[in-house]
Ligand binder design. Structure first.
Ligand SMILES: Nc1ncnc2c1ncn2[C@@H]1O[C@H](COP(=O)(O)OP(=O)(O)OP(=O)(O)O)[C@@H](O)[C@H]1O
Length: 470
């Protein structure tokens, strides 16, 4: 008798009963975990069980079960729509879209995109593992064939999007699963809505400050400890929202004395002055200074001095500084980097600024002196040290070539189309962190002027209160 077997990927073959049992166990345990996180879901199950007991005691009627379930589900959906969506709505949507759209066309879509391997013995198709849908994105997990890499899929992302009727397709690696990847099929623009800032705590300094929402609806965190951050974007692309999402999110750590901010605003203080309450030092040009670039050079030289002192202190003790009240993380915020590197007319000053910046960018992060810089134009003659920033963010840029200059060669081929971000979506951009293959598309928080001022006020009030207490 022939045994029924199910193909699992290109290599393994397992009996069907084992695959089905494992799948059922996975669905039940996932459902139970989701339910445990949804109080109304637990309540609904308890209510249904109670009702069933009552019906049994007073005479069980099968037809009564249907209306009971409907009433409970409607009540749940009405009273707690988000929990209902998470526990029931989205899993059902995942099953429906997974079956109707992806599984049905999978094999032919892989074929049409050149991802199928045909040998004399077999025709090997990358395996569709599962589909998880949110309202705007379908995350399709795929097991690649031996020898395939993420770039093979990234190269045909446009074709895959077109085949499955998505607006766009992004390819992401799966942590700790080198054989798998995720295709994020965008059903509708997930970053259309403005994102309100999230509250932060001191602990977020090490976990990463929440600064944005990513396409799958998750909060995106930016780790500034041990990393310089470069923000590039055309005028009006929302560079300010990146800077302020981070600085306002850092407010608890600033108040706790774990972070100090020195800010340089070459645009005469127009960009950063609202947050002056959060800064330890604030340096900007004005009409009365003959050469305000000199002031920028002094600030950068002082930062280099702090860096040197830290190096003496930490040499032989640790390779990565941990922020403390005695030795806080020092963040140098520079609103327009080009004004410091490319546009300085005085040659001596230009050299001095470039030397200080180069030293900070090449040696500062290990000892807790980091740079957060924004710039409109990423070309080498304007920003010679752009490669020294481990975290790079490209908001809307004007030309396709600029994407590679900011995010690294190949980033655009992996789906970072920063040149295609529409003007109506300021604050949307791609983030690349050294060591992580693919860029993430996110929308940064919309931080109003009032919030920035409020953050400065909160900081000042806490400092005053602690001084009075002392
Ligand atoms: N994350 C965001 N969400 C929604 N709107 C935003 C966001 N960021 C910025 N905006 C809006 O976009 C406009 C331009 O923003 P911003 O001034 O930060 O751009 P910029 O890149 O700093 O421009 P410039 O280089 O000219 O200073 C502002 O009107 C702002 O309200």
């Amino acid at each position: 008798m022939r045994r029924l077997v199910v193909r699992i990927g290109p290599i393994r073959r397992e009996p069907a009963w084992l695959v089905v049992t494992l799948a059922v166990c996975r669905v039940v345990s996932r459902g139970a975990r989701r339910l445990a996180r949804a109080p109304f879901g637990v309540l609904a199950v308890v209510a249904l069980a109670g009702w069933a007991v009552l019906l049994t005691v007073y005479g069980w009627r099968w037809w009564q079960l249907g209306p009971t379930v409907v009433v409970v589900l409607l009540g749940w959906r009405w009273l707690w729509p988000s929990g209902f969506g998470r526990v029931l709505g989205l899993p059902l949507r995942s099953v429906r879209r997974g079956g109707r759209i992806y599984r049905r066309q999978w094999s032919s879509a892989m074929d049409a995109s050149g991802l199928v391997r045909v040998t004399e013995q077999a025709r090997q198709v990358p395996r569709l593992v599962r589909v998880r849908s949110s309202r705007s994105v379908d995350r399709v997990t795929v097991e690649m064939l031996p020898g395939q890499v993420l770039d093979d899929f990234a190269g045909v992302a446009d074709r895959l999007a077109q085949t499955f009727g998505a607006l766009d397709c992004r390819v992401h690696s799966v942590p700790r699963r080198p054989h798998r990847l995720e295709l994020w099929m965008l059903i509708k623009e997930p970053l259309e809505q403005i994102v309100e800032p999230f509250p932060t705590t001191v602990d977020d300094l090490t976990r990463g400050i929440p600064v944005a929402r990513s396409e799958d609806g998750q909060v995106h965190r930016l780790v500034i400890v041990g990393s310089h951050v470069l923000v590039v974007g055309a005028t009006g692309s929302g560079k300010g929202s990146v800077v302020w999402s981070l600085l306002v999110g850092l407010r608890p750590a600033i108040t706790a004395g774990l972070v100090r901010v020195w800010a340089i605003d070459p645009k005469g203080g127009m960009e950063l002055s609202l947050g002056v309450g959060l800064f330890d030092r604030f340096c900007h040009g004005d009409a009365t200074s003959a050469s305000y670039e000199e002031a920028f050079a002094v600030l950068l030289d002082d930062a280099v001095t702090v860096m040197r002192q830290r190096q003496d202190l930490l040499r032989g003790v640790t390779r990565l500084h941990e922020p403390s009240v005695d030795e806080p993380l020092l963040i140098i915020v520079i609103d327009e980097l080009a004004a410091l590197s490319g546009w300085v007319a005085d040659r001596t000053l230009k050299k001095r600024i470039e030397t200080a910046l180069g030293l900070l960018l090449s040696q500062g992060r290990a000892v807790g002196v980091v740079v957060l810089g924004a710039v409109q134009d990423p070309r080498k003659e304007v920003l010679p040290m752009r490669d020294l920033f481990p975290t790079r963010i490209a908001l809307r840029v004007s030309e396709a070539e600029q994407v590679g200059l900011v995010l690294g060669q190949g980033a655009r081929a992996r789906g970072a189309f920063a040149d295609r971000i529409p003007e109506r979506l300021p604050g949307v951009g791609y983030v690349v962190v050294d060591g992580i293959a693919e860029p993430r598309r996110v929308r940064f928080f919309y931080v109003t002027d009032d919030r920035i001022v409020e953050a400065g006020r909160q900081h000042a009030a806490s400092v005053d209160a602690s001084e009075v207490a002392a």
